[in-house]
Design a protein around this ligand. Structure first.
Ligand code: CAA
Ligand code: NAD
Length: 286
């Protein structure tokens, strides 16, 4: 099936980035959010990136106008009825995602592909509420989407080979390099990255070093572009906690157990860069 129209649900950090690269690749994109304010914010993030790129001379005003013509926001999911591919990038919560997939089952056309950008949750649990398990897949982009080259294509035990190939080609068409992973919590990258970030928090909790020194250590000692605390603020403390909980649920090993400080920060409403409160942004004495 040729993919022409792509519906994206959730216009936060990830959904807006996915919308940007998908519209740039020439697909017609519909972006959905929970209310007008968040939809406007998500759309502004996408169009703001094109304004920034135009201002820097990286794209022409004509290109930016062309991209804008490929994206539209809507609050009405019923408009997704003629999408060939629907990608959800809503909060990392299995109940919310399952509710959404159940809704999509009643809206999406029979042969539409349904994808989740989940960081850690089992794809099969979302597929199970549909009658098209073979066409449900994980399509895991990385943050920031326009700059990170990887997409993990997640095969559930029910995903068909044809679906894998269609989504692998889609990832390539939006400028990414796909890798294929099985439907196990954390897939490839987060299975390695999340325990690393959790270990950094434990190291800080235990007073082994300041967060600044831990970050400097990993940047200068290992050549990482960001230290773990900068990355936690960037990824979102909420998303990291939910992903850690999902991985720990499947692998109850202490390495995946969310540290108390991470829980407390999320309980305090400190989500990182996205709401201006985190380890560095808007920090007091955490
Ligand atoms: N579209 C296109 N280009 C954009 C852009 C956008 N939306 N936003 C910024 N850019 C461009 C900028 O114009 C800039 O280009 P120039 O330098 O030519 O002007 C370029 O991108 C770099 O911008 P910055 O100066 O902001 O970037 P930087 O050099 O400081 O690098 C970074 C930023 C790429 C984020 C780098 O710090 C990095 O790689 N950090 C690590 C990120 C990472 O590990 N991500 C994975 C997180 S885990 C995850 O995603 C999985 C999960 O499930 C949680
Ligand atoms: P975010 O909090 O920035 O954005 C989520 C957005 O989804 C919010 O704007 C929210 O209003 C919207 N939303 C929630 N329920 C909705 C619904 N039913 N319908 C429409 N919109 C809804 O989160 P994010 O960082 O963009 O993460 C989204 C997904 O992508 C999560 O599954 C996360 O695990 C995954 N992910 C995150 C990262 C990252 O670095 N932040 C990287 C890869 C994957």
């Amino acid at each position: 099936m040729a993919i022409k129209k792509v519906g994206i649900i959730g216009g936060g950090l990830m959904g807006s980035g996915i919308a940007q690269v998908t519209a740039q690749a020439g697909y017609d994109v519909l972006l959905n959010e929970v209310n007008q304010e968040l939809l406007d914010k998500g759309m502004a993030r996408v169009t703001g990136a094109w304004d920034m790129l135009t201002g820097k001379g990286k794209i022409t005003a004509e290109q930016a106008a062309g991209y804008r013509g490929h994206i539209r926001g809507t609050l009405d999911l019923a408009e997704f009825a003629d999408c060939d591919l629907i990608i959800e990038a809503i909060i990392e919560n299995l109940d919310h995602k399952r509710d959404l997939f159940a809704k999509l089952e009643g809206i999406a056309k029979r042969d539409a592909l349904l994808a989740s950008n989940t960081s850690s949750l089992p794809i099969i649990e979302m597929a199970a509420v549909t009658t098209r398990q073979d066409r449900v897949i994980g399509l895991h982009f990385f943050n920031p989407v326009p700059l990170m080259k990887l997409v993990e294509v997640i095969r559930s035990i029910a995903t068909s080979d044809q679906t894998i190939e269609e989504l692998r080609q889609f990832a390539i068409s939006v400028g990414k390099t796909p890798i294929i992973a099985k439907d196990t919590a954390g897939f490839v990258v987060n299975f390695l990255l999340i325990p690393y970030m959790l270990a950094a928090i434990r190291m800080y909790e235990n007073g082994i070093a300041t967060k600044e020194d831990i970050d400097t250590g990993m940047k200068l000692g290992c050549g990482y572009p960001m230290g773990p605390f900068e990355l936690l603020d960037y990824v979102g403390l909420d998303t990291t906690l939910y992903a850690a909980e999902a991985i720990y649920k499947e692998y109850p090993d202490p390495a995946y157990a969310p540290p108390t400080l991470l829980r407390r920060m999320v309980q305090a409403g400190r989500y990182g860069k996205k709401n201006g409160k985190g380890f560095y942004v808007g920090a007091d004495d955490n």
